[in-house]
Design a protein around this ligand. Structure first.
Ligand code: ADP
Length: 499
């Protein structure tokens, strides 16, 4: 889109940039016809679709237009119990005893079927979650398939993953996932659990259950023995029933720090294994010697990718003072050219906010930011009438102690701070209750190593941001949780090393 700057208007600590849009891309919507969504989904327990025992269903809507897509079963304690019993039987009678290379064949088959149905999965992911089709098509779905391929490869090679040790499976894994990467999170959780010989009860988030249910269809078609993977839908109460079930051996949770703390309290005193992947407030640091245009693109990708619904989003930007004016100027220009709108349009950069509740949280933080005295800039783009939308937004003049610099917003809102020296920026970057990810932009390799050694974050990207790979471990420090998922490290939470 070509844009010419016109004027900026300042009102209530908000600067709105006004642009002339001289031309726009023609709409390029992906067709919905490749996706089949049933009007109602039951629970996937013991290899078959079972009605919820309470008879209750809840709606899942398209956040881009608030229309109902389907209704899904609300699993209660009795349903969770059925799922755990199915998983236990499958574990004891079939999966634990199956030769590892046979287990691998099933996981490879699931990986290939995810690839075969990639288009359908991408469309449903964008309809149910609001993320741009470009992301679900080019990132979420292929990366989900890659996780299944990667862990399928490990299934019969565990003796090389843990040399001179014997790795035994743990039993039944209870897995609870959030709404920001619904299919990918399901793959992150299910693939290593199956490869190491465990069975699974998985609960997707209540606002984005559809791709996990599609995955259940794939799993059913793959011929995976019944009960090895069970998928139950519901909200917090269903998640709590999984966490508290006495026959679960391991909990894997990705979600908010608040719920992570509840889970930790509930399992205290039990011998359940647990991994928690929680919130984040990543510091993205630009030094004056960095290639600024690339850095600006990286910052844009870091915070506006997936509407900022990313726990490792680069939501705190630290820019060295000597280049801060230049970087802020470039960022303002760049957010103006981001295309916000229909998630199914292939040109869309920023889709819909996942839910009304999340939009309210983002708005609350934008208000707090202004009240704290920071200066807000937002793109002047128009927003669709229905659905949940947020313009790409940034704040300058942000204090280190400001809530928008300390708390997770989980939306397309960037807090920009400045620094002069390396020591100062290390201190500021580490001054956070979180420690999930971070980024460093500089021309000097030695500086990258010096900085990353001193930063307290589980993943640190250098001269890039938000890059994921199944072979690479991911996880945090401090209130961002513990345990690693992905890579060789991601096998460990699913095994007992018995000698
Ligand atoms: P977010 O803020 O990302 O929505 P939540 O932590 O609220 O994260 O939700 C992540 C997942 O945890 C969802 O699947 C949700 O249903 C589930 N959940 C919410 N409350 C609980 C709870 N008390 N125990 C277990 N799971 C829960």
């Amino acid at each position: 889109m070509a844009v010419t700057k016109k004027k900026s208007v300042k009102k209530n600590n908000t600067i709105k940039l006004k642009f002339d849009t001289s031309w726009l891309y023609a709409p390029a919507p992906e067709s919905k016809s490749a996706a089949t969504i049933k009007p109602q989904y039951d629970l996937f327990i013991n290899g078959e679709w079972q009605k919820p025992s309470g008879g209750k269903y809840f709606d899942t809507i398209n956040p881009a237009n608030e229309e109902k897509l389907s209704e899904v079963a609300d699993a209660n304690e009795a349903d969770v119990n059925k799922a755990v019993t199915a998983a236990r039987n499958a574990y004891e009678k079939v999966w634990k005893k199956m030769p590892a290379k046979e287990r691998a064949k099933y996981i490879f088959r699931i990986a290939r079927m995810v690839q075969e149905r990639a288009r359908e999965l991408a469309i449903i992911e964008s309809l149910d979650g609001g993320k741009p089709i470009r992301e679900s098509r080019d990132f979420d779905v292929p990366t989900a398939a890659n996780h299944f391929f990667y862990y399928a490869g490990w299934a019969d090679k565990l003796e090389y993953a843990f040399p001179n040790r014997t790795a035994a499976s743990v039993g039944v894994a209870g897995q609870i996932i959030p709404w920001n990467f619904p299919l990918l999170m399901a793959a992150w959780k299910i693939a290593p659990a199956l490869a190491t010989g465990n069975t699974v009860v998985l609960k997707p988030a209540e606002t984005t259950p559809l791709t996990a249910l599609k995955l259940a269809e794939i799993i059913q078609e793959s011929g995976l023995p019944e009960g090895v993977v069970n998928i139950v839908t519901g909200a917090g109460a269903t998640g709590a029933a999984i966490v508290n079930h006495p026959d679960i051996n391991k909990i894997a949770f990705t979600g908010s720090t608040e719920v992570g703390k509840i889970i930790q309290r509930s399992i205290a005193g039990t011998n359940k294994k647990v991994t928690l992947e929680l919130g984040g407030k990543a510091a993205n640091i630009i030094f004056e010697d960095a290639p600024l245009d690339q850095a600006v693109e990286g910052v844009i990708n870091g915070i506006y990718f997936n509407q900022g619904h990313v726990c490792c989003a680069g939501s705190r930007l630290y820019v060295q003072e000597s280049v801060s004016k230049q970087v802020i100027r470039k960022l303002k220009d760049r957010i103006e050219s981001l295309i916000v709108g229909d998630p199914l349009d292939k040109n869309t950069d920023i889709g819909a906010i996942n839910s009304k509740q999340q939009l309210e949280t983002i708005r609350k933080y934008v208000k707090i930011g202004k009240e704290e005295g920071a200066e807000m800039y937002e793109s002047s783009c128009s927003l669709p009438g229905r659905g949940f939308w947020c313009r790409p937004t940034l704040f300058t003049n942000v204090a280190q102690s400001a809530r928008i610099a300390q708390e997770e917003i989980f939306g397309p809102v960037l807090a920009i701070l400045t620094f002069r020296t390396d020591d100062e920026v290390i201190e500021k970057a580490n001054n956070s209750p979180y420690g999930l990810s971070a980024g460093v932009w500089t021309d000097k390799g030695s500086k990258i190593f010096n900085m990353t050694k001193r930063m307290r974050a589980g993943v640190i990207w250098a001269n890039t941001f938000n890059k994921f790979d199944p072979t690479s471990p991911f996880g945090g420090y401090k209130e961002s949780g513990f345990g690693r998922e992905g890579g060789l490290h991601g096998l460990l939470p699913y095994v007992k090393l018995i000698n």
